[in-house]
Design a protein around this ligand. Sequence first.
Ligand SMILES: NC(=O)C1=CN([C@@H]2O[C@H](COP(=O)(O)OP(=O)(O)OC[C@H]3O[C@@H](n4cnc5c(N)ncnc54)[C@H](OP(=O)(O)O)[C@@H]3O)[C@@H](O)[C@H]2O)C=CC1
Ligand SMILES: O=C(CO)COP(=O)(O)O
Length: 347
Amino acid sequence: MPGKVSVLVAGSWGTAIASVLAENDSDVWLWSRNERQVAEINAEHRNHRFLDDVELSPRIRATTSMEEALRGAKGVFVVAPSSAMREVAKQMRPYLSKETILVHATKGFEADTLKRMSTVLADELPEYDASRIVVLSGPSHAEEVIKQCPTTVVVASEHAEAAEEAQDLLINSSFRVYTNPDVVGVEVGGALKNIIALGAGLTDGLGYGDNAKAALLTRGLAEISRLGTAMGGNPLTFAGLAGIGDLVVTCTSKHSRNWRAGYLIAQGHPLDDVLKQMGMVVEGVKTTQAAYKLSRQYDVTMPIADELYEVLFNGKTAAAAVEDLMGRGRTHELEEVAKPVQTKWFG
Ligand SMILES: NC(=O)C1=CN([C@@H]2O[C@H](COP(=O)(O)OP(=O)(O)OC[C@H]3O[C@@H](n4cnc5c(N)ncnc54)[C@H](OP(=O)(O)O)[C@@H]3O)[C@@H](O)[C@H]2O)C=CC1
Ligand SMILES: O=C(CO)COP(=O)(O)O
C-alpha cells in the first residue's frame, strides 16, 4: 500500500503532514522553493525555519524540483498558503498524473476572485477530474501533529473513493481521519474560523475573559454556518471537525497564529508589524476581507466579521468594535441562522 507521496510546500503544516505520511511508511517527497531549506532537511532531517525542535523521518526527502516531487506520486498534498495556491498549481500542471490522489490542506479564499481553494486547483489543473479533489481540514495544529498528539481531521471530496484513499494514506493511531462529501462546507468552515480566532485574540488581549470568548465562538459559528450554508455547504458540517472543532482549537490554542495576531493588535501593535513579527502565514487577515465581500455577495449578516474588518483595515479600536457588537439591535438567537437550508443536503 505505501508508495511515493509528495507534499508541496515545506511550511509548518506541510512538514507535519509529511511526517504523518512518513509514519505510515510512505516515501515522502517534500517540495520547497527554498534551496537552503531543502539541503537542511536532506542533510540534518530538520526544518529549521518551521518546527525546528523535531527530527524528521529519513523517509522524508526534500527537493526544489517539482518534476522530481510529482513524478510517480500516488498522492499529492498541496499545503501552500492561499495566496500561493494558484502559483503552485500552475507549476504542478505539467507533472500531475490524472490517477494521483490530489489533496489540499489550505484554509483560505483567493483574495481577488474569492474562490475556494479546490476551485483554484480545478482552474489551473484542467486535465485533472475536479470532482476527485480532496480537502483536508479540522482541528490540527502542526506543532502537536508532528509530536503525534492525538488529532482528528476530516477529508472531504465529492468522490467518496478519493476521500477514502486520502484517509488510507493519512490515518494512524494518533491521527484519526473522517470522510465527508461536503467540500464546500469543509473549505468554508476551515477558512472562516480564522476570522473568529483573530477576534478571540483581540478580546483576550483586551482582558475581556471567558464569557466574551464563549460568545465569540458561539456567535462566530452562527456566522460561519450562515455564509457556509448560503454558499452550498451542509449545515451539519459546521457542527463537525471543520466547523466547531477547528473553531475551538484555533480560538483557544497557544499555537494559533491567528489568535496571536489578534492578541498583539489589541495591545496596539500595527497590523503590518504584527504580520512581519509572526514570520508565518496568518490567513485570517485576508479571509476577513474575503468574508466582508462574500457576505454582501450572498446577502448574509456577519457582524463579527464586519467589526474585525473595521479593526484591521479602518483603524477602529478593538474596544469600540466589541462595544458596537454588544449594542446591536435586539434579535432572536436563531433568527439569522435558519435562513436558506440547502435542498441538496436535506431533500
Ligand atoms: N500551521 C498549522 O498548524 C496549520 C496550517 N494550516 C493551513 O495550511 C496553510 C499553510 O500554512 P502553514 O504551513 O502553517 O504556513 P507557514 O507560514 O508555516 O509556511 C508557509 C510556507 O509556504 C511557502 N510559500 C509561500 N509562498 C509560496 C510560493 N509562492 N511558492 C512556494 N512556496 C511558498 C513558504 O515558503 P518560503 O519559506 O520560501 O516563503 C513556507 O514554506 C495555510 O492555509 C494554513 O491556514 C492548516 C492546518 C494547520
Ligand atoms: O488551522 C489551524 C489549526 O487547525 C492553524 O491555525 P493558525 O493558522 O491560527 O495557527
